[in-house]
Ligand binder design. Sequence first.
Ligand code: UTP
Length: 268
Amino acid sequence: MKAIIPAAGLGTRFLPATKAVPKEMLLVADRPAIQYVVEEGLASAADEVVIVNSREKHAIEEHFAPNPELVATLRERGKDAYADMVEYVGGLNVTYVYQEEALGLGHAVLCAAEASAGEPFYVLLGDVLVPGNGMLPAMQAVSDAHGGASVIAVMPVPDEEVSRFGVIAGAEVSDGVWKIDALVEKPALEDAPSNLAVFGRYLLTPRVMELLAEVKPGVGGEIQLTDALDALLAEEEMYALVIDPADGFDTGTPASWLATNNILSERL
Ligand code: UTP
């Protein structure tokens, strides 16, 4: 089973910072955002973490590559704690596939179709952090309890923010677990079926890869993961697991990135 981390987006909302530095490499408290995500993937039941990268974002691969020269220099200078950090991050087991053009999240996931080898797979957005690493095992347990169904993470959001997110419609079947009837993109508050917004962690059945291959590109040629999940709902049961807002963080906009830094730096 693979943990797929899409990280090939353009990071438009962070320009000009993301002109040279990938959004996923921006520092959050004490490490680049994507390091949290890789560590979470490795802490799960997945046997491999696959980053969907863009050919332009060299810094991501340099971050996870060994750098024996730097380690040797640091050791010569007596800076062993830093040398250990560099060695640790260079030793994390990550592989890469490439998205040649940023054609949407669904397209990025589809780029890892071969790597997922017809098995269920996790998707971890490269700019969403769950530092306690508890969400993926909890999602796996929900899937196991419901015959191997797909499970997506959702987070309660304040009413005034509902119209910015994709939210679920459905019914709560046990504490914090919902059976999903529909996914509703950016609803007006009066039309919103819930305040539970889709939140960057997915455990999906292999059927999703087949459905992604059939999704018609929308605005800007983008292939949306939500469209494949909509199609999946017509065929298979799907569940949502609610994540506590204290456990999960979005770093996708300058404001949410700053807020996440403030919270996580307090926890150092
Ligand atoms: P986002 O929409 O938050 O990232 O996608 P983005 O597209 O880089 O940001 P903006 O909208 O231009 O500001 C969530 C995750 O999915 C990846 C991103 O890298 C991010 O980690 N992604 C998105 C891809 O890998 N490929 C895409 O085509 C789009």
